[in-house]
Structure formats: structure tokens, C-alpha cells
Write a new protein. Structure first.
Length: 327
């Protein structure tokens, strides 16, 4: 599973584009935070590319349903035939101090101390949830290691005396590959739980059970549908309200002259990210700014999506990203 931009970051970017005013400091803070996290994850992926050992399989941004009905998410799960590694990525600046006895981590930046949850306790909880998930499916319980990866090499890491043991599981991104190679050497004489074929099936099972989730972004920031700017935005200059030209069937931007036949697809993705995953013909027309039922139906019929009928309405189930049907 290749790492892709987190769905919540997609949602924040879509929200920024669709709010003509009122982009709050909290939204800016959250966007900055998620962008930094994504950069950190990409930095880790860059270093993992130098690991040529094919015995390692990486599953990124994995979200699974735990036995209690709740979901847990893993930044990167390293899968081998002999052990797992749960990797949590942090892209923080400043000085980091671990307080294991208090289950806290303190970040000092610009003279300010910020209390944060200790990520080591987070990955230990993820390990327990992953173990339960495997047992539910009669899959063997392999040894499971944990790593906290700091993506920014300028981050200064310290620990209290009681928390020094925690540092054995903390590493900078540049040190991930040597640490994984060391773990492989450590477990080389242990039991092999999977052959090549069954390991591939395990990875397929993990991917098949991945459950991405939309965040209720409008209600989180006390917004509603009426706050969003409707219409098809220009893919080049991002100007709102492209006009659809009937004869050519394309969208035209008055600001830069751009013409596009599929600019409405991005708008429908914004609807999925910000409003809800289903849409009716009437909602398509209202959000895109078109009048014809036939035009809206034609837009939807060309997409690789499912539809259901309920209470005399046809509901189209959007996905992200949206894809055109294969001809």
C-alpha cells in the first residue's frame, strides 16, 4: 500500500478552497499540523526506499476495526515472516523530553512547554489492538516491535531517568533502516510464521480490511453546507464558477480562459470530502450550478460509482478519488 495524502488533509484543503471567508486560526493550525505530519511520513518513506531487503513489506496509513468496534490506525506497519514493527511518525521541532512514569511527552519550542501524550503508550495500545485483530482471524501472533520515528533531524530528544528505557524505541528517520536490519538479525533464528505465499495473503488481508474514514469536518468547525462556495472551480487558476458551454460540453473559465471537460469531477470530490458520500441528481445540479437533469445524470453515469434507490430517489455513492468508467 503506497502512502497517499491522509483523507483529513484532503478535507482541510478542500475546505480552504470552498470557504470564501472565515478561514479560522484553528483551521490554519490544523492544516499546518497535518501538512507537517504528512511531510514527516513522506520523509520516512524516502529512507525506507533505501531498504533493498524484500523480506520487509510496508503497509502505510492502515486503519482497522478493533474487537470492541472502535478503530485504530497505524502510520506504518512493517510486516515480515518473523515479526511486525509498528511505526509512529512524529514531525516536531524543538526539544522533546519523555516522561515515561507520567505517560507524557513534553515539547519545548520558543520557550514554551507543551504537554503531549507519550507516543510509546500509543503504539503499545496499537500492538494490543493488532494482536486482538489477528486472534479474531485465527492468524498467528508474531513478535511485535514498536518504533517512534522523529522525521526532523534537528529535533532534540531527551528523557527523564525513569524514561530512559523509552529511548531504545526512538529513532530519527535516517536511522530506521539500520534499526530494521538489526531487528531482522535479532529474529533471524526465531520462528518463521509465514512462507512467501501466506505472507502475501496476510498483507492482502490487512489491505482488504483497511477502513478509511471521513472526518465530520463541517461540524468540527461549527460550519454548515450554506457556508461553502458552490460551483466548479478552474483547475488552473482556481477561480470559482466556471461556466459550462453547451455545444462543446466543456467548462470555461472567464478569468484565465482555461477549458476543461472534467473539471466537475474535482467539485464532486469536494462534495464527498466536505458534505457527504452520497449525492442525488438535484444535489449535483445545486452544487455544480447546472440546470439540466440530463446533464447531471450524464456526469454521474460516466463515473465508476454505485447507485441505490430509496424513497423514490436515486442516491449515487461517491468515492475518493473519483474515476471514470473504463470503456
Amino acid at each position: 500500500m503506497n502512502r497517499s495524502m491522509p483523507i483529513r488533509l484532503h478535507q482541510l484543503k478542500a475546505l480552504k478552497n470552498r470557504l470564501p471567508s472565515g478561514w479560522s486560526s484553528k483551521m490554519k493550525e490544523d492544516l499546518t499540523l497535518y501538512e507537517a505530519g504528512y511531510r514527516g511520513e513522506r520523509n520516512l518513506e524516502y529512507h525506507l526506499n533505501f531498504l533493498e531487503d524484500r523480506d520487509f513489506v510496508f503497509v502505510h496509513d492502515l486503519r482497522l476495526r478493533a474487537s470492541n468496534g472502535h478503530y485504530f490506525q497505524v502510520d506504518t506497519l512493517v510486516v515480515t515472516s518473523r515479526f511486525f514493527v509498528i511505526v509512529e511518525v512524529k514531525n516536531l521541532v524543538g526539544r522533546i523530553e519523555f516522561h515515561d512514569e507520567l505517560k507524557q511527552m513534553v515539547r519545548r519550542s520558543n520557550g514554551e512547554d507543551i504537554l503531549m501524550p507519550n507516543p510509546l503508550h500509543q503504539v503499545r495500545r496499537q500492538q494490543a489492538q493488532l494482536s486482538d485483530w489477528l486472534l479474531e482471524r485465527d492468524l498467528p501472533l508474531m513478535p511485535c516491535e514498536q518504533l517512534i520515528v522523529f522525521a526532523n533531524p534537528s529535533t532534540i530528544i531527551h528523557s527523564t531517568e525513569a524514561g530512559k528505557k523509552s529511548l531504545s524505541k526512538v529513532v530519527y528517520a535516517e536511522g530506521v533502516v539500520p534499526r530494521l536490519e538489526k531487528l531482522k538479525s535479532h529474529f533471524s533464528k526465531g520462528r518463521s510464521y509465514f512462507d512467501k505465499s501466506s505472507l502475501a495473503k496476510l498483507v492482502d488481508t490487512l489491505k482488504a480490511n483497511h477502513a478509511p474514514s471521513l472526518f465530520p469536518i463541517l461540524s468540527t468547525y461549527q460550519l454548515n453546507y450554506s457556508n461553502l462556495q458552490k460551483g466548479v472551480f478552474c483547475p488552473d487558476c482556481r477561480a470559482p464558477r466556471m461556466n459550462r458551454q453547451g455545444r462543446s460540453g466543456s467548462w470555461h473559465c472567464k478569468s484565465c480562459g482555461c477549458k476543461s471537460k472534467d473539471a466537475h469531477i474535482r467539485a464532486l470530490e469536494d462534495y464527498y470530502l466536505l458534505v457527504k458520500p452520497t449525492i442525488t441528481n438535484a444535489e449535483v445540479r445545486e452544487f455544480l450550478g447546472v440546470e439540466s437533469k440530463d446533464v447531471a445524470k450524464r456526469f454521474l453515469s460516466k463515473l465508476d460509482i454505485k447507485s441505490t434507490h430509496k424513497n423514490r430517489y436515486c442516491y449515487y455513492h461517491l468515492t475518493f478519488p473519483l474515476r471514470l468508467k473504463k470503456i
